[in-house]
Write a protein that binds this ligand. Structure first.
Ligand code: B12
Ligand code: SF4
Ligand code: SF4
Length: 308
């Protein structure tokens, strides 16, 4: 039986919590008919991200992750407050720091919001089984967002929305209850544009495909070894180039009024003073509750030291 009122309850709560888009997908949708995930891993495009390989079966088939799932609820949260290039210009700095990581760790902020929606669902029906996902769960979030009607996957491989461009975090609520499904987003609105591919400083992109080994985001955040001769093009954490050049972002990006995602004071201070003064102690205090913890002090220092 399709439950009618719960979809409205969830949608209403998500808007109240600041989510910008929501959609409901059928888990039986085939998210990767051409087996691109297998091909991507066979090509070693995941680099040293072993976790992409080890949980491949779950990523490719959501029923291997949550066998009882009946609805995939996909959510998008706009985090855009400013462009990294403008932020650097403000401080006359050549250093660039990806805008998704300026404020609080989105994993924690978004997860809290998902918990609030979960409580609302349980108030309605305490028997519903629920799994909350944001980034780290072994599911393909962009593909589910497309199936839920939120947007399309562009040539830079990010999920783009018509209303806000690609500056959105994705999250999901998986439930063992059948709700009304939305239609997938079927259009590809990239058209003949290739701006992201042409602008990627390391040629990490071919159409709809990324080689992580070449991607600055991967190198600065996920790659743990010492660098040999990598050129980070002044990025010390993440990279926004393929999003900054995208015409959909240029036209539709909207500033989100959310203090959690604005640049934290310590980051502003580093830009005002000098990144070379970063030490283990001020790293710990400055990046508390920040996604930047992922690189640890050693990683961020390596990135800074490798700038040319
Ligand atoms: C691994 C990973 C990375 C890796 C690999 C990136 C990637 N594109 O996969 C690295 C470390 C490089 C990375 C970087 C970034 N990431 Co990341 N990442 C992930 C993660 C954990 C898994 C993604 C995944 O499954 N990749 C596997 C490959 C196979 O997937 P895919 O690229 O989507 O592949 C599809 C297409 O390429 C297509 N395809 C492949 N070949 C071909 C050929 C043809 C002809 C066609 C038509 C299609 C096609 O089919 C594939 C399968 O559907 C997700 C979270 C999650 N659980 O989903 C976040 C996620 C994708 N990342 C995110 C973000 C924000 C970023 C960065 C913007 C951060 C930054 N500013 O530095 C960059 C963007 C770099 C980029 N251009 O993609 C967001 C993206 C939000 C959005 N709007 O899309 C996510 C969803 C996290 C979140 N919860 O918000 N990331
Ligand atoms: S994040 Fe930067 S390096 Fe990675 S694909 Fe986009 S432009 Fe290229
Ligand atoms: S820059 Fe152009 S090709 Fe790349 S994602 Fe945006 S619209 Fe698509």
């Amino acid at each position: 039986m399709i439950e009618k009122s719960l979809k409205n309850i969830i949608s209403k709560k998500s808007i109240e919590l600041g989510f910008d888009k929501i959609g409901f997908a059928d888990p039986k949708e085939d998210i990767d008919p051409n087996k691109y995930l297998d091909k991507w891993i066979e090509s070693k495009y995941h680099g040293t991200m072993q976790w992409m390989e080890s949980r491949k079966k779950e990523r490719a088939d959501i029923f291997n992750y949550f066998p009882e799932v009946q609805t995939v609820i996909s959510l998008a949260f706009n985090y855009f407050t400013k462009r990294s290039s403008e932020f650097s210009e403000d401080y006359n700095s050549k250093i660039k720091f990806s805008n998704y990581a300026w404020g609080e760790d989105y994993h924690e902020i978004i997860k809290k919001k998902l918990h609030d929606i979960k409580n609302e669902i349980l108030k309605h029906d305490p028997s519903i089984k629920i799994i909350l996902c944001v980034d780290t769960a072994p599911i393909m979030e962009k593909q589910w967002a497309q199936k839920a009607g939120i947007g399309w996957q562009g040539k830079n491989t990010n999920l783009l929305t018509k209303e806000l461009g690609s500056w959105v975090f994705l999250a999901e609520i998986l439930i063992d209850k059948r709700l009304d499904y939305d239609s997938p987003f079927e259009e590809d609105l990239c058209g003949s544009c290739t701006a992201c591919i042409d602008s990627c400083p390391t040629n990490a992109l071919t159409e709809y495909k990324i080689d992580s080994n070449k991607c600055i985001s991967y190198l600065t955040i996920e790659y743990r070894e010492d660098f040999e001769n990598e050129d980070l093009h002044n990025w010390i954490y993440g990279c926004d180039v393929c999003q900054e050049v995208c015409p959909w972002n240029i036209k539709f990006e909207k500033i989100k009024k959310d203090k959690h995602f604005e640049a934290r004071d310590s980051l502003i201070n580093f830009f005002k003073s000098d990144w070379e003064n970063l030490n283990e102690e001020n790293f710990k205090s400055s990046f508390k509750n920040s996604a930047v913890k992922r690189t640890k002090y050693k990683g961020l220092k390596r990135n800074i030291d490798s700038l040319r």
